[in-house]
Design a protein around this ligand. Structure first.
Ligand code: NAD
Length: 284
């Protein structure tokens, strides 16, 4: 194990794109990694790549023996996983120093962690790294290097626990942004969830017009790449952060309505004004 790495053992629950990247990075630093995925294909793929020391079963028994627990499943499933994790981590004799998750929303899981008595050992994480692909085969080592990563400490979090979370992600190369969980969810509704909803909408609108992604030029392909993201993951995010996303969609609808209005009136002046304003935003 690296001299500076703060954990000798870890358990990662969920071996998709993000969990897989965490496993690979931890194993590369000499950490003994236990892992579980409800999909046996993902678990077997991780084992055959030689980076998982021990496979856990659905009960997650044995979890309290590891120093670090990382939950990397869709945000709805993460709540049930956290309940199982808390039962083991809060039991007498547990060695666990830090429980974290990598979900794209942070408010609900933080509240549950506090409710389950984990406030002193839980810090929420959200790496702004990823891909539209999912699953173990899409994961790679070094995914977090240079990526921004939000860290959300619950009110009353223990300073040493926060220190461990900072060290974990800094060692994996992320640039940390510490933020309150509620503020995080409002912010990512604009910066991440709105772009996803718009990319999906664009794909659906093109389908109505009878066009495939292959028919698009480079600009259209750029704009629709994330329409290929995991439906399960994005359904869970949408439901979790629905109120905040609704506000962003209302803003997008209002902007589209202004475009339509200018076009219907053949109002070149207004249309041009809108493109000038968009470019001013782009140039900022
Ligand atoms: P993924 O679909 O690649 O992997 C999720 C894995 O979790 C799958 O292998 C699935 O079988 C497993 N799983 C689902 N429910 C489970 C359960 N109850 N118990 C055990 N395993 C279970 O998804 P991902 O992209 O790795 O996303 C994981 C988390 O990271 C999500 O919460 C997502 O919001 C967050 N995230 C994703 C990205 C991204 O770009 N993909 C970026 C930042 C954060």
């Amino acid at each position: 194990m690296s001299e500076t790495f703060p954990f000798d053992s870890a358990a990662v629950i969920g071996l998709g794109l993000i969990g897989g990247a965490v496993v690979r990075d931890l194993a590369a630093r000499g950490v003994r990694v236990s892992a579980y995925d409800r999909d046996p294909v993902q678990l077997e793929a991780a084992r055959s790549d030689g980076v998982v020391s021990r496979a856990l079963d659905a009960s997650l028994r044995g979890l309290g023996e590891v120093q670090l627990v990382v939950i990397a499943v869709p945000v709805d499933a993460a709540l049930d996983v956290l309940r199982l994790v808390a039962a083991q981590v809060c039991a007498a004799g547990s060695r666990t120093l830090l429980v974290t998750d990598v979900g794209s929303t942070k408010g609900r899981i933080e509240s549950l962690a506090v409710e389950l008595g984990l406030a002193q050992r839980f810090i929420g994480s959200h790496p702004m790294a990823g891909d539209h692909r999912s699953g173990w085969s899409a994961s790679r080592a070094g995914l977090f290097a240079g990526a921004p990563l939000y860290l959300c400490a619950p009110p009353g979090a223990a300073a040493p626990t926060l220190g461990l979370a900072r060290r974990l992600w800094s060692e994996l190369g992320a640039s940390l942004v510490e933020i309150d969980a509620r503020e995080h969810d409002l912010r990512v509704a604009w910066t991440s969830h709105l772009p996803h909803m718009v990319a999906a909408t664009l794909g659906l609108a093109l389908a109505r017009g009878g066009f495939r992604r292959d028919d698009l030029g480079p600009g259209g392909r750029d704009m629709t790449r994330i329409a290929g993201s995991s439906p399960e993951m994005w359904t869970a995010i949408g439901i979790d952060n629905a109120a905040a996303i609704d506000e962003t969609l209302a803003a997008a609808e209002a902007e589209l309505a202004r475009f339509r209005d200018a076009l219907r009136r053949s109002d070149a002046g207004r249309l041009r004004e809108r493109f000038i304003a968009a470019r001013a935003w782009f140039d900022q």
